[in-house]
Every structure is written in C-alpha cells, then in structure tokens.
Design a protein around this ligand. Structure first.
Ligand SMILES: [Zn+2]
Length: 314
C-alpha cells in the first residue's frame, strides 16, 4: 500500500513535469473512480461537469500533498485530489503506450502539453487495479483545505508539539493512534513500526501516557525516517511506481517492519510480531520494553498498565 513517502515521491516526480502543463483531452474508461463533488446550480451537462472536474483545458499551477493524498491545482482555482488507495499510480507516458498487464486498469488518461519547447504531447495515466483509490474534485483550494481539516498534521513535517497534542486525545495504543489519519496524517503500518522502534516506544503503550521527551524523539524519528524514505523513492511495493514507472528502493533500510523473528539491529534480541488494530506489528521486546515505559510514565489515575500479549504462553 503506498504510504506517505511513495505519495510525496510521486508528487515530487510529477511536479516539474505537470506544473505549467496544460491538460487536453481526457479519456475516462471507468467513471466510478471519479467523484465530481456537489452540484452548484450551474446548468452543466454531465460531460461538462466531468471535464471540469478532471481539469480539462486547464493549466496545472501547483501540486499539494497532505498525508497520503495528493492534489493538482489548476489555473482556474479548481483542485483534483488523487488517492492511490492500495494499488493506485499516476504515470507519465512519454513514449508508446504500455502493453500487456501495465496497459490494463488505466481508468483515466489525459493528453497534456508539457512545459518544454519540444511541443510533444504526453499522457498522464491514473491506474488502479484494485480500485481502493480514486479522483475527487474540489471547486477551490479553500474547499480542499476544508476537507483536509479531517486529517491530522502531516507526519513528514510534524512538530513535537503537534504530535503531543494529537496523542493526548487518545488512550488507544500508540501504534493504533499513529495509524489514525485524523490524529496524524500519513503514517502507515511500515513507518509506524519504524518510528516506534527508533524512538524505543512499545507499540501497545497508551498514546496519552507517553512522556514529552519520548514524544519529541518520536516526532524527530518520524520526520527523519519518512524524509529518508521520500528521498529513496518510497518502499519497494509490488505495485508502486513513480511518475516514470520506476519502483522505489527504501525497503532495504527497514529495521522493524517485516523482520519478525530476526535479531534486533541494536541489541540482537529476536524481534516479536503481534497484531494491533488487526495490523501486523513488529517490535523489539528489549529496546521497546513496555514495563519500564508504563512504570515511568503512567500515574495511578491512568489505570492499569496494558500488558503485551506474550507469545508461546510464557
Ligand atoms: Zn533491541
């Protein structure tokens, strides 16, 4: 599933090509992936509404991102949000169209003129085999920011203060809180495990009971790990490709995610796998010791400490 680093890497690879480019004809192969937004009283035909939503005959002036959502802003102020869901991609097709499997599931295709002197028309393709993603139109940047109010602060730039304010609102386990996009935008399963490992926080520790120093460390590590993953082009996910069809390369640097049973890179203890809100979660039982954490950070009024589920009936 594309996480924040893949989406931000995609945005950065699209930005220099699309900003200044004019979208021309659009081909919609699957209408159901597009949400045009509320009718506004103007008498537009369905085709006109669709063309307006998809920024046809408009020039892209900026790209934006919040969490895992990316947006294209046009010169008339309208905005199109791109959500990649589990298998989505936005690809520039500069040469011949793809063949075989790569050609399937391309739901929306735009012709556009890049801001280059060559005058060559390129194609932008939204592809999403499993269709958990989609395109959503907004009439203005203001309307977009209204919609993005339901998301927490962006994890790539989150401050310790913003993270503390978000986590104070919940007593759920920290891993569950980090995955809640309304609290923090853009942390998925991979980077939740990586951030907690780096900050030495047990994934089941109640979010509101984590001390200020550890919150500061967690915010710092989230920014560092996500920033590094963006630079490396995101994780190598089976379906992830950047705007030019290149896979990412960050998977080699994971220290916790996907390493259950392997030795901890810090203390050599075997990493443990549990499930938190139905998501596979890997941590080091020694470096991320819940008993010392809750012992120092939970007061009596916070209730009994959460015990980690032990494996093997120990
Ligand atoms: Zn360890």
């Amino acid at each position: 599933m594309p996480e924040l680093p893949e989406v931000e890497h995609l945005r950065r690879s699209l930005d220099p090509v699309l900003v200044g480019a004019r979208l021309h004809a659009v081909t919609v192969r699957r209408r159901s992936v597009i949400e045009c937004g509320a009718r506004d009283g103007r008498s537009l035909s369905p085709a006109q509404r669709l063309a307006e939503a998809l920024l046809v005959d408009r020039t892209i002036v900026a790209t934006h991102r919040r969490g895992k959502q990316m947006a294209l802003e046009a010169d008339n102020g309208r905005v199109l949000v791109v959500q990649l869901g589990m298998t989505g991609s936005m690809t520039i097709e500069a040469d011949a169209p793809p063949r075989g499997m790569e050609a399937r599931h391309r739901h929306v295709l735009w012709d556009f003129s890049p801001a280059t002197p060559t005058g060559v028309r390129w194609r932008l393709a939204f592809r999403d085999p499993r269709r958990f993603g989609g395109l959503t139109a907004y009439p203005s940047l203001q309307a977009l920011h209204g919609a993005w109010k339901s998301l927490g602060p962006d994890a790539l730039t989150i401050s310790a203060t913003d993270l503390a304010n978000a986590l104070l609102r919940t007593r759920r386990p920290i891993k569950a809180a980090l995955l809640d996009q309304a609290l923090v935008a853009g942390v998925g399963n991979i980077y939740a495990d990586e951030g907690l490992f780096a900050a030495r926080i047990h994934p089941l520790c109640p979010a509101a009971s984590i001390g200020a120093d550890q919150i500061t460390e967690l915010a710092r590590h989230l920014r560092r790990i996500l920033g590094k993953a963006v630079a490396q082009g995101g994780s190598t996910l089976r379906d992830y490709r950047d705007a030019f069809g290149q896979p990412g390369s960050a998977v080699q640097t994971h220290l916790a995610y996907g390493r259950e049973g392997l030795p901890c890179a810090v203390c050599k203890e075997a990493l443990v796998g549990i499930r938190v809100v139905a998501r596979a979660t890997v941590f080091c039982p020694r470096c991320q010791d819940l008993s010392t954490m809750v012992g120092t950070t939970l007061s009596v009024k916070d209730g009994p400490p959460v015990r980690p589920r032990r494996r093997g009936g120990k």
